[in-house]
Write a protein of this length. Structure first.
Length: 119
């Protein structure tokens, strides 16, 4: 059973920092990519940052220069360091894992962690 558990969310003042973690367990397939998504009230879920198995990263324009995604393969854990947070960064942040075996693809989501940024 694949399980993704996010942690590290909370309340922070604008300009502050948070570090999100996503611990993955039960992975029995080859991971192509892991990513952080977020969804604010009334808005669609959007990609914040992703990291591929080879280490290549990509970021939403809103995250570039402020957020850093990283991954500890030995611990099957992904991180998102968020600096210079803005009120518009407030959302529920979700961890995603995408992977495959020879016969199928896999796409799993965590339950999310709330990030609140006060102005």
């Amino acid at each position: 059973q694949v399980r993704l558990v996010e942690s590290g969310g909370g309340l922070v003042q604008a300009g502050g920092s948070l570090r999100l973690s996503c611990a993955a367990s039960g992975i029995t397939f080859s991971i192509d990519s892991m990513g952080w998504y977020r969804q604010a009230p009334g808005k669609q879920r959007e990609l914040v940052a992703a990291i591929r198995s080879g280490g290549t990263t990509n970021y939403a324009d809103s995250a570039k220069g402020r957020f850093t995604i990283s991954r500890d393969n030995a611990k099957n854990t992904m991180y998102l360091q968020m600096n210079s947070l803005k009120p518009e960064d407030a959302a529920v942040y979700y961890c995603n894992v995408y992977g495959r075996t020879w016969s199928r693809t896999y796409d799993y989501w965590g339950r999310g962690t709330q990030v609140t940024v006060s102005s």
